[in-house]
Design a protein around this ligand. Sequence first.
Ligand SMILES: [Zn+2]
Length: 75
Amino acid sequence: MDKYIYDSHMGGYYTSDEPIDFEWLYCEQCGDSDWLIGQASNRAGAKELLWTDEYDNEDYEDSYIKEFIEEEWDE
Ligand SMILES: [Zn+2]
């Protein structure tokens, strides 16, 4: 099953099995919001999304991304 990958405006990635409404992604404290990166059903798909420079995100360490992917997808 696909997981939706989000980049938190506080830093860090997280996933959700369901798409998250914008009102939950938006942070009233700072006016910033988390954003959807994409959907992935396995590690290969997640890698494709997270190891591109296509997104204007903060940079994360490769080790963090690797760990995140291994925790969230079994294969
Ligand atoms: Zn905030």
